[in-house]
Write a protein that binds this ligand. Structure first.
Ligand SMILES: NC(=O)c1ccc[n+]([C@@H]2O[C@H](COP(=O)([O-])OP(=O)(O)OC[C@H]3O[C@@H](n4cnc5c(N)ncnc54)[C@H](O)[C@@H]3O)[C@@H](O)[C@H]2O)c1
Length: 318
């Protein structure tokens, strides 16, 4: 057993579930902090023999005292808890509370508990549309031009990290996911590629509403990047793109059809209002061991995972 103890916020979510699974397999202790106690994704992703050793803390990121007390005795913090674009649209005040105040609370709790550095999720939504930039793949330091409130609040998270670094010498690593896909991804604007895999496995027609190119990150690969970033000796307030495969939605759909043998998956043409991809070169320079599962292999793994889960009667999205 490692002597590392991780606080993972948003631990019942997609990335949180994969981060917990990999940490437990690494022999680490984990504290799973989330406002939700719905463990559907844990049933789907984490081996039952490991789940008993998770310390579950049902708590609200907007409550500083709860976050501070969850951080006592912690060596590493991975902050993933947030409300995604559709939830922020539905209730913008709540979105700001969770995504902005909640993130300030995580930094404050880390400071009060002398955590050496923390890792948090930014988002491609901090950027503008593809036409705002001179190339389809942009650097992580390109101009922030968010088109959604969610993106505005992710910008606030990055600035919060910078000020905690400058004022309190609390270093951090912000990672910028684009489109996470794989088992457990079932909510948010960019969850449709994963829903397409699940629909194909079930033999149900599915339409992805958008087109264009996407930086696609297989959930276990992304989770590994967050964990390894948490283990880095941090150098100030870093922000990096998250690596994976850059592909068009058309190519993604072709791979789903090829892997599953099911043809009735379609897609729209309008690209999402983001750049196609954010370069992960700076992250890979810091973390040379990162590896990415090729697209076809990851879709095949996801399809098998869904088939096995259906057969075992595990809770999958309807
Ligand atoms: N999934 C993607 O493609 C993607 C892309 C860009 C950025 N991100 C960011 O990565 C992080 C993880 O994404 P995900 O796909 O796992 O999201 P998710 O929606 O699956 O999980 C988020 C979790 O946060 C929890 N949460 C919400 N409000 C909370 C509160 N007040 N207190 C405590 N917990 C709360 C939710 O219950 C949920 O379990 C998020 O910060 C997200 O914004 C994800």
């Amino acid at each position: 057993m490692s002597d590392e103890t991780y606080l993972v916020t948003g631990a019942m979510g997609c990335l949180g579930s994969w981060v917990l699974k990999l940490l437990l397999e690494d022999g680490c202790r984990v504290v799973a902090f989330d406002i939700s106690d719905n463990d559907n994704r844990h049933q789907l992703i984490i081996d039952p023999s490991y789940r008993d050793s998770i310390k579950y803390v049902k708590g609200d990121l907007t409550d500083l005292d709860q976050v501070v007390s969850a951080t006592v005795g912690i060596s590493h913090v991975i902050h993933l808890g947030a409300l995604q674009v559709p939830f922020c649209r539905a209730d913008s005040s709540m979105g700001a509370e969770v995504n902005v105040v909640g993130t300030v609370n995580v930094f404050e709790a880390a400071r009060r508990n002398s955590i050496e550095h923390l890792v948090y999720a930014s988002s491609v939504a901090v950027f503008g549309s593809a036409e705002d930039y001179s190339s389809p793949t942009i650097g992580p330091d390109e101009e922030r031009l968010p088109t959604t409130l969610y993106g505005v609040w992710k910008c606030a998270n990055e600035s919060t990290a910078r000020i905690y670094g400058a004022d309190y010498s609390l270093p951090s690593v912000g990672l910028i996911p684009h489109t996470i896909y794989g088992p457990g991804r079932d909510q948010g604007l960019t969850s449709q590629p994963t829903s397409a895999i699940l629909a194909a496995v079930r033999g149900a027609p599915y339409h992805i509403e958008y087109g264009g190119g996407l930086g696609l990150q297989f959930a276990p690969d992304a989770a590994r990047a967050f964990i390894e970033a948490a283990r880095l000796a941090s150098e100030g307030s870093e922000i990096h793109g998250l690596g994976g495969t850059v592909a068009s939605i058309a190519d993604f759909v072709d791979s789903v059809k090829e892997v599953t043998g099911f043809d009735e998956i379609t897609h729209g043409e309008e690209p999402l209002p983001f750049p196609e991809a954010v370069s992960s070169d700076s992250l890979e320079a810091r973390l040379v061991s990162l590896a990415y599962t090729p697209l076809n292999e990851s879709i095949d793994l996801s399809a098998k995972w869904f088939r096995d889960a259906e057969a075992a009667g595990l809770p999958l999205p309807s």
